[in-house]
Design a protein around this ligand. Structure first.
Ligand code: 13P
Length: 335
């Protein structure tokens, strides 16, 4: 493992005023989003949509890295240029989702564990050879009456740490993504307690597996009340709860935290990120930025709707979300 290469990549991904574009939806997830808008669920439609994203003019001004999916890393524009090349020319570091999705956790109904460790080493070597410089693995934890269980937290944290160690051995920066889902009626305090438990276990496992914290990025969910909770917190309460949770669990050696949006509206996700920066600027040991999927893409996807004529307007919508989030993280650095 070359720690210098890893830390350089991690720091470049956390470049001031920039964040990451998560465009690594699996075929199933991408198709489901297309189906909801009446867009054909075909390889060509997915290719055309990803071309729209990567060819957005000026994307590199606010995006440091883009997370691709296995299908996408090999795809080309209609003019025959690899997406990987387009990204590199725009100064955007390409990365790749390497987990194989969340599956039922045996013995714990309603809980999931992310699979994909078997055969991961050669897959990472192939992605590195294709030009990927970082990777992503998402663990999914659901809040319920007696969930997540110790078993669910431990299994997911262990898999994240094994993945991270394999990535570092392959020269790829692992993005460690434990997502506590927004679904449910739970209050903010419950999400805070669960997220704290999960992050403690993740960092314990990372240590056990010998992962160099300087060469990872954390991609957590924000601490939120469940989507069905009747008492929704203020923006400031979310910012304070999220930062408190991170301060208790994330070692200072970690260079950066890049949040997922997790089903928040685009504006809400940006407001929460901006509030964290406003309220804690200069007082945090790591940088905070965005690694949003839906909160960056959804307006663009809706405008595009599968029609080539809508590409320029959709690209403008993507740029607008990128600029708003970049502004949210720049604010902190100047105050
Ligand atoms: P969302 O921002 O849509 O939650 O997606 C981020 C991501 O990478 C999920 O794995």
């Amino acid at each position: 493992m070359n720690l210098n290469t890893l830390t350089t990549t991690a720091q470049a991904l956390m470049a001031p005023g920039k964040g990451l574009l998560a465009m690594d939806e699996s075929t199933g997830t991408c198709n489901a989003r297309f189906a909801a808008l009446g867009i054909p669920e075909t390889v060509e439609a997915r290719r055309a949509y990803r071309e729209l994203l990567v060819t957005t003019p000026g994307l590199g001004a606010g995006i440091s890295g883009a997370i691709l999916f296995d299908e996408t890393i090999r795809q080309r524009t209609a003019a025959g240029v690899l997406f990987m090349e387009i990204l590199q020319q725009a100064g955007i570091i390409p990365g790749i989702k390497v987990d194989l999705g969340a599956h039922e956790l045996a013995g714990f109904p309603g809980e999931q564990v992310t699979e994909g460790l078997d055969g991961l080493r050669p897959r990472l070597a192939e992605y590195a050879a294709l030009g990927a410089r970082f990777a992503k693995w998402r663990a999914v934890l659901t809040i319920g009456h007696d969930r997540p269980s110790r078993a669910g937290i431990a299994a997911n944290a262990h898999a994240l740490a094994r993945y991270a160690a394999l990535c570092q051995a392959a020269g790829l920066v692992p993005i460690v993504e434990p997502e506590v889902l927004l679904t449910g009626p739970h209050a903010l305090a419950r999400c805070a307690a669960v997220t704290e438990d999960v992050l403690h276990e993740v960092f314990a496992q990372l240590r056990t597996q010998g992962v160099a914290l300087e060469g990872i990025l954390l991609k957590p969910s924000m601490v939120l009340a469940g989507a069905d909770c009747p008492k929704q917190p203020t923006t400031a309460q979310v910012a304070d709860a999220t930062v408190a949770c991170l301060l208790r669990t994330v070692p200072a050696a970690v260079p950066g935290v890049a949040f997922l949006s997790g089903g928040q509206s685009p504006e809400q996700a940006t407001r929460h990120l901006a509030a964290m920066h406003r309220r804690f600027a200069g007082r945090l040991p790591w940088s905070l930025t965005f690694s949003f999927g839906r909160a960056l893409q959804q307006p663009a996807l809706e405008i595009w709707g599968g029609a080539a004529a809508n590409v320029p307007a959709a690209q403008q919508a993507l740029l607008e979300r990128v600029r708003s989030n970049a502004a949210a993280v720049i604010e902190a650095r100047v105050s």
